[in-house]
Design a binder for this molecule. Structure first.
Ligand code: PNS
Length: 167
């Protein structure tokens, strides 16, 4: 999917390891502002974390979660986000902002990305308040330690977490 005349195309990049209800909320809010959305799993994350799911598994989960909405495409990309954005002729990059603690990292990335490709704007959206503490890394940790994460991820993702963690 790339930009069509008259359409506003957003890219929502991230690690999505795994996709949470917070990510889903941000994606749905984006579609109130844009015509189409590419949810893009980065093969290279700025803050290196040891992933639980492979890029392909994360992509499969995203596709299952967003199936049925033809405004959404799920893709992966390697290399720079700004090269991917330029390739797709995107208008904006969406990032979720949960708390002040997110701000410095997000600000640095947004400013660096603007240096790399000034034609695209970074737009920050806030999640629904009950989801504002949620992160994929906390979901991974709580699930790995046997905690109940069923109110933080969709049922499909919950099953994938259980399968992965129970080996
Ligand atoms: O969900 P995350 O891990 O916070 O997402 C970070 C992500 C994937 C958006 C960032 O690491 C990224 O854009 N990676 C692609 C490589 C890149 O463009 N790096 C320079 C960023 S200024």
């Amino acid at each position: 999917m790339s930009s069509r005349p008259g359409d506003v195309l957003a890219i929502y990049p991230g690690s999505f390891d795994p996709v949470t209800l917070g990510h889903e909320d941000i994606a749905r809010r984006t579609l109130r502002l844009t015509d189409r959305l590419v949810i893009a799993v980065a093969e290279t994350a700025t803050q290196s974390k040891s992933p639980l799911f492979s890029v392909q598994e994360r992509l499969t989960l995203l596709r299952e979660v967003f199936q049925g909405d033809d405004r959404v495409e799920c893709a992966s990309f390697s290399g720079l986000l700004m090269d991917f954005a330029r390739e797709r002729d995107a208008h904006c990059i969406i990032r979720g902002l949960r708390a002040v603690s997110d701000f410095e990292y997000e600000f640095q990335m947004a400013q660096m990305n603007r240096e790399l490709w000034p034609e695209v704007e970074t737009v920050f959206l806030t999640p629904d308040a009950p989801l504002s503490f949620l992160s994929a890394s906390l979901v991974r940790e709580v699930a790995a330690l046997g905690g109940d994460v069923s109110s933080f991820v969709s049922p499909r993702v919950l099953r994938a977490l259980q399968a992965k963690l129970m080996g």
